[in-house]
Design a protein around this ligand. Structure first.
Ligand SMILES: Nc1ncnc2c1ncn2[C@@H]1O[C@H](COP(=O)(O)OP(=O)(O)O)[C@@H](O)[C@H]1O
Ligand SMILES: [Mg+2]
Length: 256
């Protein structure tokens, strides 16, 4: 297994409230990791750590064996349940914007050849997510599923290696959700992505993941609910499913 991302003895604490305790994880390149767990378990916090938006209070996060840079990197893209696409911009402009912020952080605008290249890239990515005919629509003219497709295009146009999804399909109707599953699976393969997806839907977790991780508290103190944090209580490899890499992966059972 080639490890892309490692969390070593990671803790997240807010004051004396422990949210995550002693989380150890190795995530293989090309894997599709589903994360489930009760509300408030710290699933979004884990994604924020990986995104670099937040630093662990203890422990280390390594990307390719190197400590994670303390800011969002181009190697990580993210899609939330309700993405704040800009309402006054077309799908195309929304997608180009992702690259502009990256490449022209001061002005937020690209010009000339760089701008044409960005536009081509954005159009390619919108086509890849199925919005090839909708590039000039504004978010208000798009369904919820289309807006999530746009959010995915916006995240992928920077060509991240890791795509983080925080309950991305939770607000969509079941039929649309099935279409999104097909889409995300093909993007995962076509772009050799490593995906880490938080979901409330256990069936979705098992349908898509090469690995399903459950975050929860191992210990409860009824008199002090914040005394203990959550950690990976189950870590289940889906043996019938392979990663994007050529090797199959094996996950060792978790030890206390
Ligand atoms: N900035 C913060 N300050 C204090 N508590 C926070 C902060 N961010 C998150 N929390 C708390 O951490 C816990 C985990 O939150 P979160 O990661 O959003 O859980 P999940 O995504 O699993 O529902 C919650 O109890 C939440 O209230
Ligand atoms: Mg959350």
């Amino acid at each position: 297994m080639s490890t892309l991302l490692s969390l070593r003895d990671v803790w997240v604490e807010y004051g004396d409230r422990i949210v995550i305790e002693k989380l150890d994880l190795d995530i293989a390149a090309g894997s599709f990791v589903s994360i489930i767990g009760p509300s408030g378990a710290g699933k979004s916090s884990v994604l924020r750590l990986i995104l670099g938006q937040e630093a662990p209070t203890r422990g280390t996060i390594l990307l390719d064996g190197t400590p994670l840079a303390p800011e969002c990197g181009p190697d990580r893209g993210v899609v939330f349940q309700r993405y704040s696409v800009f309402p006054h911009l077309s799908a195309l402009r929304n997608t180009i914007l992702g690259m502009e912020c990256e490449q022209a952080p001061l002005t937020g605008r690209l010009f000339g050849a760089a701008r044409r290249a960005a536009k081509d890239e954005a159009a390619t990515m919108l086509t890849a997510v199925g919005l090839g005919d909708s590039m000039h629509l504004f978010p208000a003219q798009m369904s919820g599923g289309m807006q999530q497709r746009l959010a995915i295009a916006q995240a992928l146009v920077k060509r991240p290696r890791i795509l983080l999804l925080d309950e991305p399909f939770g607000a969509l109707d079941p039929g649309i959700r099935a279409d999104m599953h097909t889409l995300i699976r093909s993007l995962w393969r076509d772009y050799s992505l490593t995906i880490i997806m938080v979901t409330h839907d256990i069936r979705e977790a098992f349908t898509l993941g090469t690995r399903v991780l459950a975050l929860d508290k191992r210990r409860h103190d009824p008199h002090a609910p914040h005394r203990f944090g959550a950690t990976a209580i189950y870590d289940l490899p889906m043996r019938d499913r392979t990663e994007n890499s050529l090797e199959n992966h094996t996950v060792l059972p978790l030890t206390e």
